[in-house]
Design a protein around this ligand. Structure first.
Ligand code: SF4
Length: 254
């Protein structure tokens, strides 16, 4: 006989299985998925060059992600290098000229030269030319302060920078309040959570509550996998369930 207790326990086991499948999926997310780009070669630059990564992160304001992550590649194409020492020597006017020639531009293109100048000054004057020193051996709070000191960077980007650094580089900050870090639901995450049977509605509050139940120690850790699954397999129409990495645990609720 099925008891209320056994239903609860089955439900708990299912939530655990789905959560684990999503966390496993996050680990296998490739740079191309973490950094959507307009040109395939652009993803490797932001994934391997901390200065390129920092430029894109600081410019991430109101522009589509695939344009933002392509900008460092575009700068490199236009200048013939992405050397912080050489960019440090450029005047604001020269940087403005560079941004006006880019194929892929940030939304606030008039602010971008000052943003890049501030970032580059930090990289050269405080990090000996190595942008990774912005975060290596630092606490998250310190890293956020550094990003916040850059023109045009607000708390949202500074927080995002810390999360992206952990995903893109072998860094783990020990001073993040992870239980309070939620997912940022978008059309993909809301749809996937509903179809997985984890949220009751395809809606923002339901999605946030679902991930808090699933992974209370760090709800936001599920974000990348949910987003990637939505973008690559769980289409609004004709989802590719047979290729989806979480198919075995999915409720396939349509
Ligand atoms: S198995 Fe199908 S319905 Fe479930 S998340 Fe994957 S694509 Fe979506």
């Amino acid at each position: 006989m099925t008891t209320f207790g056994s239903i609860l326990s089955q439900n708990h086991d299912r939530i655990k299985a789905v959560t684990q499948a999503l966390l496993d999926c996050s680990k296998s997310i490739e740079a191309e998925e973490l950094f959507p780009v307009m040109v395939p070669e652009a993803a490797e630059i932001v994934a391997t060059d901390p200065y390129a990564f920092s430029i894109a992160t600081c410019l991430d304001r109101g522009t589509k992600a695939d344009i933002i992550w392509t900008i460092p590649y575009d700068i490199k194409q236009k200048l013939g290098h992405l050397d912080p020492y050489l960019i440090y020597k450029m005047s604001l006017e020269e940087l403005a000229g560079l941004f006006s020639r880019l194929t892929y531009r940030p939304r606030y293109v008039n602010d971008a030269p000052r943003t890049v100048r501030d970032l580059t000054r930090i990289v050269i004057e405080e990090c000996s030319g190595d942008a990774a020193r912005i975060w290596i051996g630092k606490r998250a709070a310190e890293v956020k302060r550094t990003f916040l000191s850059i023109y045009g960077v607000g708390p949202g980007i500074a927080n995002l920078a810390v999360l992206l650094i952990e995903q893109a580089f072998p860094i783990r900050f020990d001073d993040l309040d992870r239980p309070r870090m939620d997912i940022k639901p978008d059309v993909h995450t809301k749809r996937v959570l509903y179809r997985l049977g984890m949220s009751e509605r395809e809606e923002e509050t339901a999605a946030i509550e679902a991930t808090r139940r699933m992974n209370p120690s760090w709800p936001g850790a599920l974000d990348v996998a949910l987003w990637g699954i939505g973008r690559h397999w769980c289409y609004a129409n004709n989802p590719k369930c047979e290729q989806c990495p979480v198919s075995a645990v999915c409720a396939k609720r349509f």
